[in-house]
Design a protein around this ligand. Structure first.
Ligand code: FES
Length: 97
């Protein structure tokens, strides 16, 4: 049985399932939630968001975050794999016009 986590996106207030091996970005997009993204490999920082609750690990060894940003809870959802249920703060959603 695979482990499934949940991702809540604030201030949108939506919760989506995250299947094992999926990033936060992939899980959101799979449910039609357009989190900002560009490179999807942890370098451009377009997807930068903040973790309010929970923890993640990274698909790449050194995602484009400074130690200070990591300490503040910043994350790059395109390469972040949840280790627990996660609450993500991302006010800059691409809401269809
Ligand atoms: S999309 Fe480029 S760092 Fe996440």
């Amino acid at each position: 049985m695979s482990t499934q986590r949940s991702l809540r996106i604030e201030p949108l207030g939506r919760t989506v399932p995250v299947e094992e091996g999926r990033t936060l970005l992939e899980a959101a997009l799979a449910q039609g939630i357009k989190l900002r993204s560009s490179c999807r490999n942890g370098t451009c920082r377009e997807c930068l968001a903040r973790i309010v609750e929970g923890s993640v690990r990274y698909r790449v060894e050194w995602p484009g975050l400074s130690p200070d940003e990591k300490a503040e809870g910043c994350t790059l959802p395109c390469v972040a794999l949840p280790q627990t249920d996660v609450v993500l703060l991302q006010p800059r959603l691409e809401v269809p016009g």
